[in-house]
Design a protein around this ligand. Sequence first.
Ligand code: FES
Length: 121
Amino acid sequence: MTTWITICETCKTGEIGPEGAPGAQLASQIEKAAQGRVKTRRHNCLMGCKTACNVTIQAAGKIGYTLGKFAPSPEDAAAIVDYAEMHQASDTGQVPFRQWPQGVKGHFITRHPALPDQDAS
Ligand code: FES
């Protein structure tokens, strides 16, 4: 299943630049790094403003995560995309800690267990 990175483009921790809010700047960096690797989309407030800049990493049938406290930098974007690619390669969405890119460590906010199959009782 394809992994999606949803980027909050309205996160405001940091300075407003030519590309807009720091969240929009991070979105641009992630979109560049993710080309041909994982899917991305932008969203307004993910309701985690205190931990800006925030992203979610999700795929159907897999555990998902919210990560935050990122800066709009190429390094943070690369770490997020590297991790999302590992999430995509995993059958469950879980990635062993020892494989995590250094840049995502300390950034996990919440995890979201995969929803059960609708046909299961
Ligand atoms: S503005 Fe980004 S989580 Fe609220």
